[in-house]
Design a protein around this ligand. Structure first.
Ligand SMILES: Nc1ncnc2c1ncn2[C@@H]1O[C@H](COP(=O)(O)OP(=O)(O)OP(=O)(O)O)[C@@H](O)[C@H]1O
Ligand SMILES: [Mg+2]
Length: 368
């Protein structure tokens, strides 16, 4: 029996006892899959995949970290995106970059093995900057953010937690006759209900969602900003998680997750289309203005680094320092970039791209 303040060691193993493939769920899966497929195709239309993998995961990192009240702005993340040693940055920036690093590591691991307990542990360690593993001491509980009362107490005991994770792992990888989006939602609930870590379960679970979509070939790169949809209605997300535990109500939770995937896929697809059009226009304008010094690599670079530094050009092998500086200055003179000072560094801001990444804007100032 489940009681909010007692460790829920009776958490039922997967698959769920009730039929989760209800007509409403299957219908939602069709829409979401169609949107994901469109996103997948549009992401592949941008030949340089770093353009998307450098920018969109930072937006995801910002939104997902904000759930944990780690407040940064995406603008700030883009400014510091090229900084290698994040130790010198503010704690909030460090956390958000930890999320990005954890996502990258998870993607690398997918080359070697399916999603598993160890992958979750490694992700959680990176994003929390600790070497802690699965919870081994009792006393972990979840409290309502408004009233402070205990709303859920996850299972206790490392062995029990590991056993439940082994079942979770088997379900997400093995239950292949079930639609992958249903497996994503069910697996996400279970992971959060097991709550294997003393902290970072939400962020780890949200990274696992994206990795799962990549593993299932529903995405080729981790460009989906799924946490946006979750953060928009945190209370609804929590109450649906709880309804599964308290009443075995799977359908509302699965619908919430599947719809979140569909909506964010549509949103991200739209952003990628806009980015692609802007990139083409920018490249054409640059070709006209720069003549012989134009290269597509340079245009791409301005989209990989919305706040570009001279060193980004040098590192990409486009030009040596002085020449690189002259290219960027020429682009600033031509109105493609704006210059911004950051301490001693001079940043060149892709002023038409940033609003596409930071706001809902769908237009940009014409080139002239
Ligand atoms: N009633 C509940 N039952 C199961 N899981 C829950 C419940 N309420 C919240 N959760 C999950 O717990 C997560 C928070 O856990 P934790 O603080 O360990 O993670 P976090 O990454 O630090 O936080 P956050 O998700 O807020 O960023 C939530 O994101 C949610 O997924
Ligand atoms: Mg937390």
């Amino acid at each position: 029996m489940w009681l909010p303040d007692k460790p829920y060691n009776d958490l039922p193993a997967l698959p769920p006892a009730t039929d989760v493939e209800t007509p409403a769920v299957l219908k939602a899966c069709i829409t979401a899959s169609r949107r994901l497929a469109a996103l997948h195709a549009s992401a592949d239309l941008i030949p340089n995949r770093h353009i998307l993998t450098n920018t969109l995961p930072l937006m995801e990192a910002q939104a997902s970290s904000e759930i944990e009240n780690i407040v940064t702005t995406a603008d700030e993340l883009f400014r510091y995106a090229a900084v290698e040693n994040t130790d010198t940055l503010s704690p909030a920036l460090k956390e958000a970059f930890g999320y990005r690093a954890a996502m990258r590591h998870g993607i690398d691991l997918l080359q070697r093995r399916q999603l598993c307990t160890n992958t979750a542990v490694e992700i959680c360690r990176i994003l929390r900057h600790t070497d802690a593993g699965i919870r081994s001491t009792p006393g972990c509980c979840l409290r309502s953010q408004t009233t402070g009362e205990v709303v859920y107490t996850p299972p206790d005991g490392e062995a029990a937690i590991r056993e439940k994770l082994a079942n979770w792992e088997q379900y997400v990888n093995g239950q292949t006759e079930t639609d992958p989006l249903i497996r994503l939602a069910v697996g996400h609930y279970q992971f959060e209900a097991i709550h294997p870590f003393s902290d970072g379960n939400g962020r780890t679970g949200r990274i696992l969602n994206i990795l799962f979509l990549v593993q299932e070939n529903l995405l080729s790169t981790p460009v989906l900003c799924l946490s946006r949809a979750i953060i928009r209605d945190k209370a609804a997300y929590y109450s649906r998680l709880n309804a599964v535990t308290a009443h075995g109500e799977w359908e509302p939770f699965i619908l919430y997750m599947v719809n979140a995937v569909g909506e964010t896929a549509a949103w991200t697809h739209r952003r990628i289309t806009l980015i692609r059009h802007l990139l083409d226009e920018t490249a054409a304008f640059m070709r006209g203005r720069l003549g012989g010094t134009y290269s597509r690599e340079l245009a791409d670079l301005l989209f990989m680094w919305p706040y570009c530094r001279i060193s980004n050009l040098v590192d990409a092998g486009i030009a040596r320092r002085q020449t690189a500086a002259s290219y960027l200055d020429a682009l600033a003179d031509a109105g493609v970039l704006d210059t911004v000072r950051q301490g001693k560094a001079k940043l060149f801001m892709n002023k038409r791209l940033l609003p596409l990444l930071l706001t809902e804007s769908e237009t940009w100032k014409p080139f002239q």
